[in-house]
Design a protein around this ligand. Structure first.
Ligand code: SF4
Length: 425
């Protein structure tokens, strides 16, 4: 892999003449000047035209919800810490900076080590040209053709007031890579507002208006304020250089699995309040104790206290790149809610699949092998999901049986419900 950050800087996805192309190219030039390798850069983009740059980047990319990119980047920057050698950069538009203003202020206030690049073309380009809070008086847009308001916000002043160590505003014309490099190199939080005019909506609504003239007339002047950065060794950054993953969550391999297929998928389907999610997490941890990779994904209604509760667990001998499930190899159904949830999977199941189902439930139509078990009655409904995991262990024989007992004894539930509760009767 060479050191270019953009896949093809001559073929960026924006309208002809859009300033977003310049911002991407100047960011690439700045990163190259600073000696960053593409894989040491995490680009977090927002909703808006600028955000479609993702597919043109050769860095790590994360695409956030509208206005939330700074919050996502703040978490990444905090987790990586100042000494990681990685660089977190946020791209967002003036629309995103309107919707997500609080996130910008908080990130500046906490001095998260990242650079926020606000593409301010003074309107929402992706949705047809609505004004944002950074649209100056006198700048018309298609939906506000004779704009006159109470004035616009100044993101540079706001970020500075919140504590940002580095803020600047530049005109997105010509080569502004030196200004971008200075902001990116800053140790701590930095923000650059790049002024642009959207050719598709801004130019058409303001014929003849030039960017520099607009900046002069509206007071959006190029500016820069820099404070002495806080060094990475400063006590204020103590927590920033530690992993966000607690040592308590580490799982040691103590057993050996017996899986012959590369991947096994298990669907747990039960009711809220009956331990489905905890049982699925337990299974994932047991699998890791046996040297497997595991993922767990929960499904439940927004009203988490009622209705179905389901979880997909994937066990794999290799890396799991996608945690979405296709056809489960096993289904563990512990309640009527769970049975309703699992019906589409049961209908599509092959004869190679196995279903463990509580004996109180009607047997569904399926090609899968059905095994009726006393999951609810044997250990109480609140432990039905955990009971299904122990019975799955017996049926599948894929993981070491002692690993289930040991991992269970390490958990909090063991103090309330002894492991013997789950022994095969
Ligand atoms: S609509 Fe405007 S902001 Fe969006 S890509 Fe086209 S020129 Fe750029």
């Amino acid at each position: 892999m060479d050191n270019t950050f953009l896949i093809d800087s001559r073929d960026l996805p924006f309208c002809k003449g859009c300033g977003h192309s310049s911002v991407a190219q100047m960011t690439e030039k700045a990163l190259a000047k600073l000696g960053y390798h593409p894989l040491d850069v995490i680009m977090v983009t927002d909703i808006g035209c600028h955000g479609i740059i993702d597919k043109s980047l050769r860095t790590h990319t994360v695409h956030g919800l509208h206005g939330r990119s700074v919050a996502i980047a703040g978490g990444i920057a905090h987790g990586l810490g100042k000494k990681s050698g990685k660089k977190v950069i946020v791209f967002l538009g003036d629309g995103g900076a309107t919707i997500g203003l609080q996130h910008i202020l908080i990130a500046a206030h906490h001095n998260f080590p990242m650079t926020v690049v606000v593409h301010n073309n003074m309107l929402y380009g992706m949705t047809g040209g609505q004004p944002s809070e950074y649209t100056p008086d006198g700048f018309n847009t298609p939906t506000a053709p004779n704009r006159s308001s109470a004035g616009s916000l100044d993101i540079v002043q706001l970020a500075e007031a919140a504590g940002a160590g580095y803020v600047s505003r530049v005109a997105g014309i010509g080569d502004f890579s030196a200004e971008m490099a200075e902001a990116i190199a800053y140790e701590g939080f930095s923000l650059v507002e790049v002024m642009e005019i959207c050719p598709s909506y801004g130019v058409k609504s303001n014929p003849g208006m030039k960017l520099r003239q607009l900046m002069d007339e509206t007071g959006y002047l190029a500016t820069k304020k820099v404070k002495t950065p806080i060094h990475a060794d400063h006590p204020a950054y103590e927590g920033y250089n530690q992993s966000l993953i607690s040592d308590k969550l580490l799982v040691e391999q103590l057993f050996t699995h017996r899986m012959t297929k590369p991947t096994v998928r298990i669907l747990l389907a039960g009711s809220a309040g009956e331990g489905t999610q905890s049982a699925a997490e337990f299974l994932a941890r047991v699998a890791m104790c046996n040297g497997l990779q595991a993922s767990k994904k929960g499904h439940y209604p927004v009203t988490v206290g009622v209705g179905f509760s389901a979880a997909e667990v994937i066990l794999s001998t290799g890396t799991i790149y996608y945690s979405g499930g296709t056809k489960p190899d096993f289904m563990l159904i512990t309640s009527a809610d769970g049975l309703d949830y699992a019906r589409p999977h049961l209908a599509q199941a092959e004869s190679s699949a196995t279903v463990l189902i509580d004996e109180s439930l009607p047997l569904p139509e399926t090609k899968a092998k059905l095994i009726q078990l006393p999951l609810r009655a044997a250990a109480g409904v609140r432990n039905a999901a955990m009971m299904s995991i122990f019975r799955w262990a017996d049926v599948s024989q894929l993981l070491d049986s002692q690993s289930f007992i040991d991992e269970y004894q390490r958990g909090k539930l063991a103090a309330k419900v002894p492991v013997e509760t789950f022994s095969a009767k």
